[in-house]
Ligand binder design. Structure first.
Ligand code: PEP
Ligand code: MN
Length: 308
């Protein structure tokens, strides 16, 4: 991985390497990068109307400021897409887990979930963020979401990135686990150079040849938060301890560390019964654990000049 050089700063990153205070990014009724920390919380996967309404209320009560949820899931394997499961309450039937949905079917099945996901956000006054895993998903999502997430696998999907330049809604850009800060800021610069500046970056962990725990997916790179605040101090940066550690019992401590290290917020998977979550059951927090996390973060916030 290449470090950022002086030449990069001058020639390749003139728009993102700007010194100055944070430029908050507006997301619905809130903003990322202001004095108040941003907590994005919600299910890995939007599973049903009841599930997402219950989670919306729980995370809002605990103090979250944005509701997250996946509908299009970037799956490691082609089988078992959550969109194969019929919407609870619909007349549809579950399809076998080895069925391969066409893009048209994926879009059709996704829409009803965005309808009630957006309603859940509105019911508690939280804006919503979700991930388009392919460019055509954006047109479907546009009426429903307040922010688009670029998942770590999509950091270099230029088709997706170009399309996102044509929406006024903000973008949450995750760093791929094998990519440098230099590459991440390169993508930010692609957006900025096209006039799209409402970008929040997300540290989501780095892959290492081995970790101290086989269940860990990646190591949350707190130093990346410090480096991003050095090279691109105007750009809000949040941390994702859920998808980096992939381990429930590490999420709270790494959240505290990320906030103490200068993150503007967190992204946390929350589920009423994490053990049976459709996707990422190992790392989601239940409501009680999320409440504890929020209490801990609230007590750390003043030490770094933040509120929650
Ligand atoms: C997610 O946030 O649900 C997700 C799949 O994230 P990542 O791209 O970090 O794996
Ligand atoms: Mn997840």
């Amino acid at each position: 991985m290449k470090d950022i050089s002086e030449t990069d700063l001058q020639n390749n990153l003139p728009l993102s390497n700007v010194q100055g205070s944070k430029r908050p990014v507006i997301v619905g009724n809130t903003q990322v990068g202001g004095e108040t920390l941003t907590i994005m919380a919600g299910p890995c996967t939007v599973e049903s109307r009841e599930q997402v309404f219950a989670i919306a209320k729980a995370v809002k009560d605990a103090g979250a400021t944005i509701l997250r949820g996946g509908v299009f899931k970037p799956l490691t394997f082609p089988y078992g897409d959550p969109l194969l499961l019929a919407d609870a309450g619909s007349d549809g039937e579950d399809l076998p887990r080895t069925h391969i949905l066409s893009k048209k079917e994926v879009l059709e099945r996704a829409e009803s979930r965005f309808v009630y996901f957006a309603e859940a956000g509105k019911s508690v006054g939280l804006p919503i963020v979700s991930e388009p895993t392919f460019a055509d998903a954006i047109d479907l999502m546009e009426p429903y979401v307040d922010m688009y997430q670029v998942g770590y696998r999509s950091m270099f999907n230029m088709d997706l990135l170009y399309r996102l330049c044509h929406t006024s809604k903000p973008v949450l850009l995750k760093r791929h686990a094998g990519e440098s800060i230099r590459s991440l800021l390169g993508v930010v610069e692609h957006f900025y150079a096209r006039g799209k500046t409402n970008i929040v970056v997300c540290e989501r962990g780095v892959a290492v040849p081995h970790t101290h725990n086989t269940a860990s997916r990646a190591i949350l790179d707190i130093q990346a938060i410090v480096a991003l605040n050095e090279y691109a101090p105007t750009i809000p940066v949040i941390a994702d301890p859920s998808h980096s550690t992939f381990k429930r019992s590490y999420v709270c401590a790494m959240s505290r560390a990320a906030i103490a290290g200068g993150a503007d917020g967190l992204l946390i998977d929350v589920h009423p019964t994490p053990e049976v979550a459709w996707v990422d059951p190992l790392q989601a927090l239940n409501f009680e654990a999320f409440n504890t996390l929020m209490k801990d973060v609230r007590s750390i916030a003043p030490a770094v000049g933040r509120t929650l």
